[in-house]
Structure formats: C-alpha cells, structure tokens
Ligand binder design. Structure first.
Ligand code: MOS
Length: 736
C-alpha cells in the first residue's frame, strides 16, 4: 500500500481520543513513570495478622542493607499536624491513620515503610523488617457476621407496609454478592516531592487532583496553592481513585522524613488489600403486584461489609427508590464491620448491587404473572417523575431504551417457558434488566486560550481516567467555535489548572462540559469585540452571527467582512486571549430531577453438562442525554458491560476465613472477564439532549453501563435452564 492510500485510510478513520496515541504508545506518563532528581524508593511492610496491636518492630537488620536511608514506623515518623491527636485523626476522615496507631485492623495493613536508594534495596530490606504483635480475635466472614448486625430504616417509607403483605403475586427472596475489586491496569502510585519546607509536588494516581491537593493542605496545615498534583494520564480507576489511600500519605511522610523525593508504587497484592473494593453484600427483596402486574409494594433490605475502623455504606437500596412507581416502599440497611480494609465506591456503586436483586425479583414476578418482563417493566417504570421527590424528570427515555434494546437482541425470538430452546448440550435463553443513576453535576471551571495562529488550548484540572473527558472537551470546543479539532489541544489532570470536581459518579463530563461550552461561546464574543476595532461591522455582533474559521473571524450574514486572527491580535496588542469560566448547577435542580438510564438485553447459552455460561450477545441502550462523542460513549458502555460480566460470572475477592488472608490477590488468582468472555456487545443511545442539566445537554454514562448487566444475564440464564441464580458470581458449580 502506498503512502497516499495509507493517509487516505487514516483520514477516513473516525476521530480518536485526544490522549489515544500517548496512551497506546506509552509516551503518556502514569504517576509511577515520572523521574525526579535524587528520588528514593519506598516499599511498605504489611501486617501479618488481621487484628491486634503492634508490640515491637525490629528494623535493625533492614537498616544494615546498603542503600537504606530510613524506615518509617508509628514510633519513628515526621509530624503530620492534621493527625497529631486522636481527635484530629477522627476529624480528618482520612480513613486508616497510617503510622499513627499501633492497632491492627486488617491483614496487609502497612506497619512500616523502608526508604532506600533503589527499589531493589528497599524491597529486600522490607523483607527483613519483623514486627511482633499482640494478636486479637478477628472476623472476616461476612456470611456469619451479617447475622449479628441489625437493619435500620434507610430513607423515607412510602405508603403502608401492611396493605400489600398478602397479595397472591409475591416474590420474597434473598441475594448474595461476593466482593469485587477495581484493580485498574495502572498501579496505584505516588511520587512525593517537597520542593521547599511547605511546598509539595505530587505525581499521583487518582480521580481528583483538587481533592488530593485540599487533603494534604489540611493534613500539613499549608496553603492549597503550595501543593501541585499531577495526574495527567490515568490508567483506569473505576472508583478506586476517588479516595486518598494510606500509601499516598505514606509517600508524603517519607519524602518529608528523608528530604528527598520518594516514589511509592503498590504491588498488585497491596492493591487488593488497600485500595478499596465493592463490598460483599446480602439483600432481601419482597415485592408484590396485583393480577394485572401493577406493582403494589416492596421491602428492600441490604447489608454490606465494611472495615472495623470506618463505616462504609454502599447505598444499595437507593436504586429501588428510583425506577418504579411503588406506592408502598420500605428500605432498610446495615453495615457489617470486618477485619478488612475499607471498601469504597466501585463502578455503579450501590445501584449495581441493588439492581441485581430488584431486577431479578421483577423478572421472577413476570414468570408468576405469565407476563412478558418487558411489558411488566413498561407498565411500572416511573417515567414522569422521581418517585421520591415527585419532581418531574428533566428528561427520561428508559421506555425508548427498552424498545430499542428489544429489537437489537431479537426479543421476539424469546420463549416464555424456560428450557425450551436446546441445541445439543446448550440451552438458549433471553433476559433483560434496566438500570438508572441520579444524574449529578458539580461546579467546574475551564479555561480556553487562543494564540495568534488560531490554535486553542482548553484546560481543566479534572482527570480523565479513560472515559474520554478530554476528547469530549475538544469536541465541544470544536462544535461551538468551528475551529478544527487538530488545532484544539487539551490540558487536564493538573491541580494548577482551573479547578474541577473529581471524576466520579458519572458527573465528569456533565460538570466540565458546561464550562467548556460557555468558555467557547465567550471566546467567540470576545473575538468579535476585538475584531470591531479592526472592522466596524463587528460592533455589537450577536453570538449567532459570529463565524470562526481556523484563520479568521467573519459574520454569517455578511460574508464579505472578515478579520484574520493575526491582524486581530496585532491591532489589539495581544499575546494570547485567555478566558476562564465557571459553570455550576442552579435553580433547575429545584424544578427537575435528573437521571441517566439504560436497558440491558442478553442472549445466553448455558451448557448443562459443563455448567459453562456463554454470553452470546449483549445489547445495551442508554439515555445519556446528548452524546458528545459516540465512540468514547460507546467505549464507556461496552467497558462497563465487560466489568458486569466479570461481576456476574466470575469475580470474587476470596478470603481465607481462618487466617483472615486474601487468597486470590493478584491478576492470576482473581478471575475476571477477558476478551474470550466478552461477547458481541452492541451499544446504542437515545441521543436526546437534556435541555436543563447543563449547557451541553450531556448526562453521565459511566455508571449505567454496569447497572443492570448482572440481572440481565441471570434472567437470561433462568430463561435458558429454569434455575434462578440469586448469588454472584454464577460459577459453573451453581449451574450444575
Ligand atoms: Mo466511579 S465509582 O464513579 O469512579
């Protein structure tokens, strides 16, 4: 193939991610990949008991290793002003007070940190540190521990609980889900560099640089502006970067202690132990309907595990209050403390867990009623208003998602009676489920900078954890200004840039897109003002009439007037034009409720002889408002679906209950979905902008891609073999 042909093909390819080439070629640096002059390496030493007290830590042998600079323990550490009393530690809400306690809460808890000239020296020396413990009794068994914790009301009760207790169409079942881990490809790592006594530079893997900046400003009592946090490229997060984990503070303390920059990268097993996970859960759902399938009431009870040093509530019953018009509703929850590290938000947190129980129970009811599960859902979804607040949805097209998804999977081919479609050893079934997520938005700032040559830089501090935020920002700036995409550069993931919220909860693009949208429009207006000093026709030009090209500004209704940027910059004596814009939610949030939603359809094959479940096809249709970039949006949905397949069929953070040890804590021992497990995943969108959510009309998509995958698959398995799967993961032994 000749070069011209190649270029021709390249130019026809869909436009990619702004960070695509850097990420794929490895030239984009992750936190651990930076090199800083005079940098040292830190390695954590982890507790070998799950509960108790440190009696002594013997560091002498480790100190003899050549290259070892210092060893941090709770007895030998620099001062952290925000943690110097028990009261301050509590107030800091930091979580595990690393090196500030002699108590052991879980196995794998860091008890010491070796800092050395090389990683090899530090690793070897860490293996020589010995701690002696006073051992206490411990519990890591969620199954038995959950029985000892009482449920409490969560949220307001609706209607009358007794009124629906004896209806003939009732489902009352229990559901169990094992703990899953995020474990993004990029390791959690921090390079901490005190550039002065009270100035700190951090290269860190996280989902919110401003959050990291604020936290360390508080902990070390220094001004926020003295701290700069870089997370320009992030290799996945799934929620694991929303909190600041103990190792980040450890690296900052280490750098303070030795007076050199310190790099600390966790090992994969350490990531299993101390960067969060989706907590194991138990749920009970009791729901009932009248004979025509009108839902009468629901009781949703949920328990999730947490640590003994923090109380994490996953919010499992929230989604039950969101989707359907239950006139009577009662939700209860409890957290079960165990000797494990604290769980955290993981993709579709709470809702993803809750919807497995809810959508499995609704499916079960449909078989009792002998009603198509699609029909049952369409009858009961609250399309007009949020069932709790009674505010009208700004936009809500879950019904259209369902219609579209049913066509994509070929729902008509589904047989209402289970176990009726058989090909050899394989049973074939269809299932579906829906998911919703409150569509949030927070204040975000963005800056747009134009140079004389007409090129733009769009900036925000927000990180892009792989969702395509930067690409979305470029697309919006292009759409509004008309300037070519290849002339629009994106800068993000740096706390020195205009502040933005953390990227999480499907609020990233929803928050920052408004600022980019407004900044782009303000740039057009500003350019017209400057142009009017060159050509009077631009005086008082209205936004709709301003036309930008790559080189010049002109007027739509008068194509003869045009001012080049070069002339405009020269005449106005400008080096660059910079506009910084804040965008935040306002009174629309008092008038409307906001949600994203998705319908998940699954065609599955189940082998009755081997217990193998093969997902033949997933069809997912989402209402995410305006889709800024179809490719990035579809990636979000299909990536989430693969995560959902893992959660449904294989993922389980295995724990030895006798020893309190994680036993599958690496990517070989923890079974998750790989390419061979991912079927054809077809994704589509409703493509209707939400006119109230923000100026861009885009709602979030990160979560709804996984909220509903598990019940869609479990429901398809029931349709295939007539066995109801209420415990995840659905491993072959459960099928047989
Ligand atoms: Mo996510 S759990 O919103 O990173």
């Amino acid at each position: 193939m000749g070069l011209l042909e190649l270029l021709n093909i390249r130019s026809k390819r869909p436009e990619g991610r702004v960070e695509g080439v850097e990420k794929v070629t490895g030239s984009g640096k992750y936190a651990a990949e930076y090199e800083v002059k005079n940098m040292c390496y830190a390695v954590l030493v982890n507790s070998t008991v799950p509960s108790g007290k440190i009696q002594s830590i013997l560091v002498d042998k480790a100190k003899e290793v050549e290259g070892v600079i210092d060893i941090i323990t709770h007895l030998h550490k620099p001062s952290v002003p925000g943690m110097d009393t028990e009261e301050k530690i509590k107030q800091s809400r930091f979580g595990l007070p690393i090196f500030h306690t002699d108590k052991i809460f879980f196995k794998g808890q860091p008890v010491a940190m070796v800092i050395a000239e090389t990683l090899e020296d530090a690793t070897f020396a860490a293996s020589l540190v010995e701690a002696e413990y006073q051992k206490d009794s411990f519990d890591v068994d969620f199954n038995s521990a959950k029985e000892t914790v009482a449920l409490k009301a969560e949220g307001k009760e609706r209607g009358n609980f007794d009124s629906w207790q004896n209806l003939p169409f009732t489902v009352d079942q229990q559901y169990n889900i094992k703990a899953d881990v995020h474990n993004p490809m990029e390791m959690h790592a921090t390079i901490a560099h005190w550039t002065g006594n009270d100035t700190l530079k951090l290269y860190d893997k996280n989902q919110g640089v401003n959050n990291v900046q604020r936290t360390f400003a508080r902990l070390f009592s220094i001004p926020e502006k003295n701290i700069q946090v870089f997370s320009e490229f992030v290799g996945g997060g799934f929620g694991s970067g929303l909190r600041i984990w103990p190792h980040v503070l450890a690296s900052v303390m280490g750098a303070k202690q030795v007076g050199h920059p310190v790099k600390l990268m966790l090992t994969r097993p350490q990531m299993f132990a101390a960067t969060g996970y989706r907590p194991a859960s138990w749920q009970r759902i009791k729901l009932a309907s009248d004979p025509s399938g009108n839902l009468s009431g629901i009781l949703h009870q949920a328990k999730n595990e947490t640590s003994v040093y923090e109380n994490f509530n996953d919010g499992i019953t929230r989604v039950t209050r969101l989707i359907y018009k239950f006139p009577n509703l009662k939700t209860e929850a409890a957290n079960v403390p165990l000797n494990l590290s604290t769980p955290t938000w993981m993709r579709g947190p709470g809702d993803c867990t809750g919807v497995f129980a809810l959508e499995s129970a609704i499916d079960e009811l449909s078989y009792q009623l002998k009603m198509d599960p699609v029909t049952l859902r369409l009858k009961n979804i609250s399309l007009e208003k949020h069932p709790d607040s009674n505010l009208p949805w700004s936009t809500h097209f879950l019904d259209e998602c369902i219609d579209k998804g049913a066509k994509m999977i070929g729902w008509n081919a589904r047989k209402a009676t289970p176990s009726t479609v058989i090909e050899g050893d394989w049973y074939i079934g269809y299932g579906m489920a829906v998911g919703m997520w409150n569509a949030g938005r927070a204040e975000a700032k963005a800056a747009i900078i134009m140079s004389k040559d007409g090129s733009l830089v769009v900036q925000t501090a927000m990180t892009d954890i792989g969702t395509g935020t930067g690409t979305g920002m470029q697309n919006i700036a292009h759409e509004i200004t008309g300037i070519s995409k290849n002339k629009i550069n994106i800068e993000l993931g740096n706390s020195a840039l205009p502040p933005a919220p953390s990227q999480g909860g499907s609020t990233g693009l929803s928050s920052v897109s408004g600022a980019v949208y407004d900044a782009s429009n303000q740039l057009k207006q500003k350019l017209a003002e400057y142009a009017s000093s060159v050509n009077g026709s631009f005086k008082g030009a209205v936004l709709e009439n301003i036309l930008l090209s790559d080189k010049s500004i002109s007027l739509k209704n008068n194509s003869t007037v045009s001012v080049s940027y070069e002339e405009l910059f020269e005449k106005n004596n400008l080096a660059e034009i910079r506009l910084e814009v804040a965008s935040k939610p306002g009174s629309e949030r008092e008038k409307f409720a906001f949600c994203s939603s998705a319908a998940h359809f699954c065609k599955v094959r189940v082998n009755k002889r081997t217990g193998k479940v093969k997902i033949e096809k997933l069809a997912v249709v989402a209402d995410g408002g305006k889709i800024i970039n179809s490719q990035a949006a579809a990636n979000q949905m299909s990536g989430a679906a693969v995560g959902g397949i893992g959660m449904t069929l294989m993922e389980e953070n295995q724990i030895d209950a006798k020893l309190g040890t994680l036993i599958g804590n690496d990517l070989a021992g923890y079974h998750f979905a790989v390419n061979a497990d991912a079927p054809i995943i077809e994704v589509d969108f409703i493509h209707k902008p939400d006119p109230n959510i923000n100026p861009s009309g885009a709602k979030g998509l990160g979560e709804v891609g996984i909220i509903g995958t598990a019940p869609a698959i479990a429901n398809a398995i029931y349709n295939a073999i007539g066995i109801r799967m209420r415990d995840l993961p659905i491993t072959p032994d459960k099928i047989l």
